[in-house]
Ligand binder design. Structure first.
Ligand SMILES: *[C@@H]1O[C@H](CO)[C@@H](O)[C@H](O)[C@H]1NC(C)=O
Ligand SMILES: *[C@@H]1O[C@H](CO)[C@@H](O)[C@H](O)[C@H]1NC(C)=O
Length: 269
């Protein structure tokens, strides 16, 4: 190993002393300027191919969490094992969630909160307070499409488990006087079963739970930012906001700080 790295160093030194190497066209650019196909067709083909076989699933996941890879329909088929390992086998998901929740708590605890306002914390619901991993496991960990009606039936069943790290944060924030406001894209028609589910999962107190109006087609980012604006208008201070989708923080008034939980399963707008 030592000999190898030493010779690598010599090689580097040699190439440095030779001055700037001649510039060769990078492969990616060659690919993009390919004239075999019209550009949009090539793009489509590449996208389709990446949804079946992404060369590096960890990189794919990084791209998703950082909002560089957006609008994907399903997890690339070859990343099923990666996602299962991330979420279930290795429990890395739980470790990452813990890191996010810990940072959120340290931030909140460090604030000198004024009591001349209602200090609220926005919680998203699915993949934030509750975890639908059992559902997605059934559909190839996000690699297979599912019918929205099937997902609705799963929610109506009312047995979605908690994400323990968020439950912990939730309780701790209440303890330091911050009021939880639950803001979800679930439709109001699911209110009764959702509240029951939340209580069974350990969430027994909240200031408000805000649902999307039945049948509304408003995008999550628009719906949520509007609801947050209403909260601010009624005199609340949004101290923090936690969710698993970038849409939870988009548009206006995201909160003084936002905390992004991991989610390699889907992307919503
Ligand atoms: C707000 O804080 C002040 C100063 O600590 C305290 O005297 C007052 O009782 C508090 N008011 C409420 C409503 O908690
Ligand atoms: C939404 O649907 C549920 C169930 O069908 C109903 O109870 C509720 O009143 C509806 N809400 C509105 C605002 O129409």
């Amino acid at each position: 190993m030592k000999i190898l790295s030493l010779s690598l160093l010599f090689l580097l030194a040699a190439s440095v002393s030779q001055g700037r190497p001649s510039i060769t066209e990078p492969k990616l650019i060659e690919l993009l300027t390919s004239t075999n196909l019209v550009e949009t067709e090539a793009d489509l083909l590449e996208k389709q191919q990446l949804s079946i076989n992404y060369p590096d699933c960890r990189s794919w996941h990084y791209g998703v969490e950082t909002s560089n890879i957006i609008n994907f329909q399903t997890v690339p088929a070859n990343c099923k094992d990666y996602v299962e390992d991330y979420l279930v086998t290795s429990q890395q998901y739980r470790h990452d969630s813990k890191t996010v929740c810990k940072e959120a708590y340290f931030y909140a605890k460090g604030l000198a909160l004024k009591n001349d306002t209602v200090n609220v914390w926005i919680f998203d619901l699915d993949e934030t307070l509750l975890s639908n991993i059992p559902f997605y496991a059934y559909f190839g960990y996000g690699t297979e499409k599912h019918d929205p009606e099937t997902f609705k039936k799963w929610l109506e069943f009312g047995k979605v488990p908690e994400l323990p790290e968020t439950l912990h944060l939730y309780k701790n924030l209440i303890e330091i006087g911050i009021e939880p406001v639950l803001l979800t894209e679930r439709y109001e028609e699911l209110a009764e079963v959702t509240l029951k589910n939340l209580k069974a999962a350990g969430y027994t107190y909240w200031k408000h739970v805000l649902f999307k109006p039945n049948g509304s087609n408003t995008k999550i980012a628009n719906f949520k930012s509007k609801e947050r604006a209403k909260l601010v208008k009624s005199g609340y201070t949004i101290i923090g906001n936690i969710g698993d989708q970038w849409a939870d923080f988009a548009k206006g008034r995201p909160g003084r700080r936002t905390f992004k939980l991991p989610n390699p399963l889907y992307y919503k707008t």
